[in-house]
Design a protein around this ligand. Sequence first.
Ligand code: THU
Ligand code: ZN
Length: 163
Amino acid sequence: MTQDLSWTPSERDIQAEKSRIAKEVEAIGIDTLTKLASAAFEAKDRTYSPYSHFPVGSAVLDTAGLIHTGQNIEVATYSEAGHAEEQAIKNAVSSGVIATQGRMFVRAIAATAAPCGRCRQIIAEFSDNPLIVILDTKGNIQTITSLMILLPLAFSPKDLPGQ
Ligand code: THU
Ligand code: ZN
């Protein structure tokens, strides 16, 4: 018999995460999450996306309760595009949050589209399992999930020696 090395999240882990998400929604408050959603939706209007014509807006709620926004910024070479979630995080870093809150400053992040794989990795760098809030095309909250659900078995700074 070969050993079973397959891994999938257990039902128990998923249910525990579901109730943690509900508690975190309660703790942050639906008013704040609605404000975060509006900030992400409004940030979409500041997009520079002449190639895809697909504006994306994002907003980070940091661990001090401040909101930082970003939107996609494209480049004629296509692959150099900055994604909305990436820009929101980089804008937060530029505003100095790491000095006061440390590396894991993202408590929740909203976006007008589901974050791509690369953005999920960038979010992981600056958070400890934050809420991920996905909006519909009208700017209403469509889905609230978490990074643990969207990026299981993630590679993170702790996988590097000395981190
Ligand atoms: N986009 C984002 O801003 N975030 C994502 O994670 C998904 C994709 C942008 C990149 C590009 O400007 C446009 O959406 C179409 O892919
Ligand atoms: Zn992305």
